[in-house]
Design a protein around this ligand. Structure first.
Ligand SMILES: NC(=O)c1ccc[n+]([C@@H]2O[C@H](COP(=O)([O-])OP(=O)(O)OC[C@H]3O[C@@H](n4cnc5c(N)ncnc54)[C@H](OP(=O)(O)O)[C@@H]3O)[C@@H](O)[C@H]2O)c1
Length: 238
């Protein structure tokens, strides 16, 4: 049986993806800070689940918890990094930016490198990182958030060429969602449900895509952002 660890499984996209993967037969390792939510989710799933409380901002501790979880599970073929925060910050304050950087950048990199080390040792695996369409455009109401997602997308692209990836059977998929109706969402046009996002993410995983917009129509917006000058695109995001 295949196994997947989802970091950030207590709500939103990570939770919906855990349900979807379990319905497809995966055993799932569920991690986040809200343990009671993970345990409630685990009881709903049709396959065996494993719960590990993890705060990705405690980087070294989170890496140890990840390692213990891989040892407990029968197999881990897939790791999805969905944990993220997006506090609004229109006043360019430090505290919301610090939280965002420690979670979405340092926390992400701490777990991505740990997952790749694990996959390199076992000779195969699939790492999926949830970035955002905002990787393509600086959001004035969430500067560290959009900056963090630019990091995630570029980081994953770079890791696809890293030694452990080219020397073993390892895939890396970057997911860039538009608006998804979750606790974190800024809300906006074309907002989809977490279940729709999870369905499209599972398809991207199955097809071993390097990159997917979710929903797919957001590729048009990404293309427009890269083609237009900042003076024009800034008026979209005020
Ligand atoms: N919703 C959108 O419109 C949208 C659009 C583009 C990209 N995304 C990305 O999608 C991913 C999932 O977000 P979502 O929309 O599903 O929001 P969500 O419902 O708020 O889920 C965020 C998840 O991250 C976990 N998390 C946050 N801080 C954590 C920490 N320090 N340690 C461990 N886990 C932590 C949360 O669990 P706990 O609080 O229990 O720890 C929760 O499970 C994020 O990376 C987000 O940036 C979302």
């Amino acid at each position: 049986m295949s196994g997947a660890i989802i970091v950030g499984a207590s709500s939103g996209i990570g939770r919906a993806l855990a349900q979807r993967l379990a319905e497809s037969g995966y055993e799932v390792g569920l991690t986040a800070r809200r343990q009671e939510r993970l345990e409630a989710l685990g009881r709903e799933l049709p396959t065996k689940s494993y719960v590990a409380r993890m705060d990705v901002t405690e980087h070294d501790r989170a890496r140890k918890i990840f390692e213990a979880l891989t040892a407990e599970m029968e197999s881990v073929d897939l790791v999805v990094l969905s944990a993220g925060v997006a506090p609004g910050n229109t006043a360019a304050d430090w505290e919301p930016d610090r939280e965002t950087i420690e979670t979405n950048i340092s926390g992400f990199a701490a777990l991505a490198t740990k997952a790749l080390t694990y996959f390199a040792e076992q000779g195969h695996g699939h790492l999926v990182g949830i970035s955002s369409l905002s990787a393509h455009i600086g959001l004035p109401h969430a500067p560290a958030y959009s900056g963090s997602k630019a990091f995630v997308s570029n980081y994953l692209q770079a890791l696809r060429g890293a030694e452990p990836v080219s020397e073993a059977d390892i895939s890396i998929t970057t997911i860039e969602p538009g608006y998804v109706d979750t606790e974190l969402s800024f809300g906006g046009f074309w907002e989809c449900t977490p279940e729709t996002a999870a369905r499209q993410i599972e398809r991207a995983i199955t097809k071993q895509r390097t990159h997917a917009y979710v929903p797919r129509r957001w590729r048009l917006v990404a293309a427009a952002i890269s083609a237009l000058p900042e003076s024009v695109t800034r008026s979209f995001v005020r």
